[in-house]
Design a protein around this ligand. Structure first.
Ligand SMILES: *Cc1c(COP(=O)(O)O)cnc(C)c1O
Length: 372
């Protein structure tokens, strides 16, 4: 017997694989349910915009050709949107891809990455996959006005001369919390030149009245800043896998050296380009999310559960008991939410905001389970 884990580099040996939301088809196979509501992966419940569906359907005949490896047209549109140059953009197969590129380019076994205790699960995976050390900053206390959110002072305190990357999701997943413009700018401006600050903005489109900056506008001031964005959430294209990093051109050059050729496929490029032009869809998505968030928050709070403030399309909820049994009961009722025990939050569930009827189906099921 070969012990392959002995052959693997130490960082990988210690890793646990990313746990995705359960697909609807899997629950269907397991329990044979006919009505299933998935509120587990922060997807846009509207489905992709009609304009995207039409554009992609019309391009199927061209798929014997390789994609445009440079993503010229998409980068052109993104450059205008974010007021940057195309040479500041790195395209990814989802923003997960560019987070991995950042780790591959800047991290190694003799360096470390800093992130928050309840930071996004991809940060430890990207860090350890290249043998670097993860330094984890304690999060805000549950009593803070951003409970379990990023403690920027704690993050700053962990950055040393061997820190090459600090990851800050704003707003954050799985907490939904955020850090304000002034605090974040002070933090970014104090990160030394030897460290890349990655601000992961997967959810900024959902921000309404909260004080969350679009840090792409700071790139001119802070050359070590990298901003990552995605089409997976508010743009409704999670299945297509398109994300990107905005950075100094020299950083983009390094990232693009290791980017696999053709990492974003032709249909995904086209879908993203088309989605950028459909501002009505985005507006509708954000409005629907706001209404659903108000409804869910009121219902969950009325049940005595602890709802953490959210600037995103999901709510992290303190169920006031171990949530794994509740999660099982919800699955049996046909509702898929996201347990976050892997984040060290065994009493919480993360609930994505769905269509009104999906939200109501979930609340009804939960009330029944909790006898409320
Ligand atoms: C969903 C998410 C991403 C993006 O995922 P992709 O689908 O790979 O673009 C990135 N960061 C955070 C914090 C997320 O929640």
């Amino acid at each position: 017997m070969i012990d392959f884990s002995k052959l693997a580099q130490a960082g990988v040996r210690e890793l646990k694989a990313y746990i995705p939301g359960k697909p609807v088809s899997e629950l269907q196979r397991e329990l044979g349910l006919d009505h299933i509501v998935k509120l587990a992966s922060n997807e846009n419940p509207l489905g992709p915009s009609k304009a995207v569906e039409a554009a992609v359907a019309g391009a199927l005949k061209e798929q014997a050709r390789y994609p445009d490896a440079s993503g010229y047209e998409l980068k052109d549109l993104l450059a205008v949107k974010h007021k940057v140059k195309p040479n500041q953009i790195t395209l990814g197969n989802g923003s997960n891809d560019v987070l991995v590129f950042l780790a591959q380019v800047f991290l190694s076994p003799d360096t470390n990455a800093v992130f928050s205790q309840y930071g996004f699960a991809v940060y430890p995976i990207a860090t350890q996959s290249v043998g670097a050390t993860a330094k984890i900053a304690p999060a805000n206390s549950p009593k803070h006005d951003q409970p379990l959110g990023h403690d920027l002072a704690a993050l700053a305190a962990l950055i040393d001369e061997n820190t090459r990357v600090v990851f800050v999701a704003n707003p954050n997943n799985p907490t939904g919390t955020w850090v304000g413009s002034a605090d974040l700018e002070t933090f970014v401006s104090n990160v030394p030149d030897t460290c890349i600050v990655v601000v992961d903005e997967a959810y900024t489109e959902y921000v309404t009245n909260q004080d969350v900056p679009d840090t792409s506008q700071w790139l001119g001031k802070y050359p070590n800043l990298v901003v990552t964005k995605t089409f997976s959430k508010a743009y409704g294209l999670a299945g297509f896998r398109v994300g990107y990093a905005l950075s100094h051109p020299d950083v983009a050059d390094l990232l693009n050296r290791i980017r696999p050729p053709f990492n974003v496929n032709s249909l995904a490029l086209l879908a993203a380009q088309t989605a950028l032009g459909d501002s009505d869809y985005l507006k509708k998505s954000v409005e629907l999310n706001e209404q659903g968030k108000i409804y869910l928050k009121a219902e969950l709070s009325a049940m005595g559960l602890g709802v953490i403030p959210s600037a995103t399309n999901f709510l992290l909820v303190d169920m006031k008991q171990d949530a794994s049994g509740l999660n099982q009961d919800l699955l049996k009722a046909g509702v898929i939410v996201r347990p976050v025990g892997n984040y060290g939050l065994p009493n919480h569930l993360r609930i994505s905001i769905g269509l009104p009827e999906e939200n109501e189906f979930f609340i009804k099921a939960l009330k029944k389970i909790l006898n409320k």
